[in-house]
Design a protein around this ligand. Structure first.
Ligand code: KG4
Ligand code: ZN
Length: 345
């Protein structure tokens, strides 16, 4: 069963062809260089860049999979959450394809894609790992930070989420304050590793005492901002690595503590992690230590491209949504839902 999937939820124009969990081809055009100069994603520029590239991205994906569009069984697309005018580009294109080839549409929630990213396989079917429900899924990206109970295929319950900034967003903002460019997460990871992730400044960890699974990063960001104000430019440069290392530790400890709290609350010791921040090796290390302590297991997206936004994870999630209740006829109404949550799948 072949599925062609598109994701245009943010700044990547991405298309993939999957056969079940196997990715036959995946092409992604990243707009990061265009947005870098603005220090973040500019929606109108993202929309135009998606429009300019999408036909080429689809053609290349089909060619690379050595198939014809006639062979596709379903057309899947991310319909939210994301930037409204960016999502629209993917939806419009998938509607045109499904109408032309008279095949059904499978709308996919971008966050369920990130959940399934841990289970994506290459064209050879590797890595092979069966589902062992239930899981706790930690989703950490530039737009989202949430803990989800992944009960079974297409069955999710949001346990907690951020009340303000996302973890990746906090890292991006800290990097911006220090003139480190966008995206901040990877730069901070590198600089922090140089000082062995030492936590010199002990910035505040918000919501640690709250007995729930909500996150908050804006207080940390504000504390960081005011701390930098007390430093001269020379001091900032001198302490750059220690500053970002301490900041990263504060963010990661919040993720760690809330994840552990979710494990204790639910009695589930199997974790999956997804989203851009899941590329972070320091995060992977502390989560591996966490599950070891609880005799559990943790899965990460098996390849780097699967941590960030990509259509492969959308296609794989769609392969579990071929039931009638999840599919739409080619001419059906499908609108973008920029604030779509996992409870609305
Ligand atoms: O999932 P993603 O590509 O896009 C969405 O936000 O949906 O995530 C991007 C976020 C950015 O905030 C970026 O700084 C962060 O993921 N990120 C990282 C790393 N790589 C990307 N954060 C920490 N460490 C990394 N290695
Ligand atoms: Zn994402």
């Amino acid at each position: 069963m072949l599925i062609l999937a598109i994701d245009t939820s943010a700044d990547d124009t991405s298309c993939a062809i999957v056969n079940g969990r196997k990715v036959l081809s995946h092409i992604e055009y990243s707009q990061i260089l265009i947005h870098k100069q603005w220090g973040g994603i500019v929606p109108s520029i993202a929309k135009r860049a998606h429009e300019e590239r999408i036909d080429m991205v689809i053609e290349d994906t089909v060619r690379k999979a050595r198939i014809k569009l006639d062979d596709i069984d379903y057309f899947a697309v991310t319909y939210g959450p994301g930037l409204a005018i960016a999502l629209e580009v993917g939806i419009r294109n998938i509607k045109e394809l499904s109408t032309k080839y008279n095949k059904k549409i499978i709308p996919v929630n971008h966050m369920e894609g990130h959940i399934y990213s841990c289970f994506v396989q290459n064209s050879q079917g590797n890595p092979f790992n069966d589902f062992k429900f239930p899981y706790i899924s930690l989703l950490v990206s530039g737009g989202h930070t949430e803990l989800v109970l992944f009960k079974n295929h297409i069955e999710y319950e949001v346990l907690g989420e951020t009340t303000d900034d996302a973890a990746g967003e906090a890292l991006d903002k800290a990097a911006k304050l220090l003139g480190l460019g966008y995206p901040g997460g990877p730069v901070i990871e590198r600089l922090a590793a140089d000082v062995k992730n030492i936590d010199t400044f002990k910035f505040p960890r918000p919501m640690m005492k709250s007995k729930d699974l909500q996150f908050s990063f804006s207080g940390l960001k504000t504390a960081f901002y005011y701390y930098l104000k007390t430093m001269s430019e020379e001091e900032k440069i001198e302490n750059l690595k220690l500053l970002v290392s301490s900041f990263q530790e504060a963010v990661l400890e919040s993720l760690l503590k809330k994840t552990e709290f979710a494990m204790k609350q639910t009695g589930i010791n199997r974790l999956t992690v997804g989203g851009g921040v899941s590329a972070n090796m320091r995060l992977r290390k502390i989560l591996r230590a966490l599950v070891k302590k609880h005799n559990g297991s943790v899965m990460f997206p098996p390849e780097k491209y699967l941590t960030g936004d990509n259509a492969a994870m959308i296609g794989v999630a769609a392969s579990f949504k071929t039931n009638k209740e999840y599919t739409l006829n080619p001419n059906a109404d499908l609108d973008r839902v920029p604030r779509l949550t996992l409870s609305l799948v």
